[in-house]
Design a protein around this ligand. Sequence first.
Ligand SMILES: CC(C)(COP(=O)(O)OP(=O)(O)OC[C@H]1O[C@@H](n2cnc3c(N)ncnc32)[C@H](O)[C@@H]1OP(=O)(O)O)[C@@H](O)C(=O)NCCC(=O)NCCSC(=O)C[C@H](O)C(=O)O
Ligand SMILES: [Mg+2]
Length: 367
Amino acid sequence: MPSSSRSAKDFFAPLAVGAPAPVREVPARPSRAIHFFDPSNEKMAAKIPQMVGTVDVLLGNLEDAVKADNKLAAREGLVRIGRDTDGLGGPGGTTQLWTRINSLDSPWALDDLTTLVPAIGHRLDVIMVPKVQGAEDIHYVDRLLAQLEARAGLERPILVHAILETARGVANVEEICGASPRMQGLSLGPADLAADRRMKTTRVGGGHPGYLVRQDPPTSADGAADVGADRTTYQQDLWHYTIARMVDACAMHGIYPYYGPFGDIADVVACEDQFRNAFLLGCVGTWSLHPKQIAIANKVFSPSVEDIRHARRVVAAMGDGTGAVMLDGKMEDDASLKQCLVLVDLAEELAAIDPELKKQYDAIEEG
Ligand SMILES: CC(C)(COP(=O)(O)OP(=O)(O)OC[C@H]1O[C@@H](n2cnc3c(N)ncnc32)[C@H](O)[C@@H]1OP(=O)(O)O)[C@@H](O)C(=O)NCCC(=O)NCCSC(=O)C[C@H](O)C(=O)O
Ligand SMILES: [Mg+2]
C-alpha cells in the first residue's frame, strides 16, 4: 500500500530520469544471518572472501561500532571489498552484500551514499539506514538513490532497510514500511531504542533478569498471603511488543522483519533463545555480530526437519486445501494449512541455496 504522501499512480514510477524501475515485489532472498563486519578492521576484512557462501548476507558496517577516525577507511575498505570479492553481492552473488550507512544527520551519510553507489552500486543489494524516524527519512534516501543510480547507469534499484531504534520510528512504523517500493525490511535496534525510550537497561539486545512476573503468593488457612514465601519468577521478553509491531507492519507491506543484535557474544544459549522468539513471531532473520553467531542464526531461521515433516503431512492430508481433517488427534483446516505452507515454502527457498539443508529436507520420509 503506497504511503499517503505519494499517489497510488506514482508509487512505482522512478524518482529520477534514467533510474531503474522500482521493484513491484521485494525478492524473497534467504537472509537468515546479516553478518556485520567493520571494513576498516583489517583482520575482519581479510576474512570476508572466505565467508562468501557460508552466510546469506555480509554487511559492511559504517555506523556505530566504527570509530569516528576510521569512518573514511571503512567506506574505502567496503568499496575495495565490493569491487574485489568474487561471489559477493549483485544478482549473481552467492552471498548478498549490504551496508549500514551512517545516520542521516551525521557528517558521513551523504558521502557514504555518493561514494558507494557509483563505486559498487551494481554489487550492493540493500542499504540499511539507521535511526529512521519516519517516512520523510525514507523519501530522502529514495530520491537521492534514484539520482545516483541514474548517474551510475544502474540497471536494478538498490533496496532500503530501516532500523527501528527510536520511539518515533516505532510510532511511525507502518508509514516507514510503506514509504517506498525500495523498502526491503526492518530490523530492531534494541540498544539505541532502549536509550531513546529511557529504558533502564545497559545491554545490546536480549533479556533482563529484572523484567519478570512472579507467581502468586501461597495463602495460609486463614486466607492471609505469605508474600515472603519462595515463589517462581518468569523472566519476560523486553522486545516482544516492538517485534510484534514490526512483524505486523512488515507483513502488511510485503516486506521482511528481522531481529537485530545480541551483544552477549559468549552467551550462545540465550542468543539462540532470543533468535528463536523472533523466528516464531515472524522474523525471517537476524544480525550476527561475531562469526559464531552465524551458525546459530542459520539453525534457528531454518525450519526444523520435524516441523517440515509435520507441515508436509498436513499439506498431504488437506488434499484440495479446504475442509477439516483429524491428524494425530488434532484438527487441521485451511488456516493451519496456510501456516504449514509458510514453513514448506521457506524450506524450499532455503534448500535452493543450502545443500546441507536440502539433504535433510529431502531425507524426510512421506507418511
Ligand atoms: C564483538 C567484537 C568486538 C569481538 O571481536 P574480538 O574480540 O576480536 O573477537 P574474537 O577474538 O572472538 O574474534 C575471533 C576472530 O574472528 C574475527 N572476527 C570477530 N568478529 C568478526 C566479524 N564480525 N566478522 C569477521 N571476523 C570477525 C576476529 O578478527 C578474530 O580474528 P583472528 O584474530 O584472525 O582469529 C567483534 O566481533 C565485532 O566488532 N563485531 C561487530 C560489532 C558490530 O558490528 N557492532 C555494530 C552492530 S550492533 C549495533 O550497532 C547496535 C544497534 O544499532 C542497536 O541500536 O541496537
Ligand atoms: Mg543502533
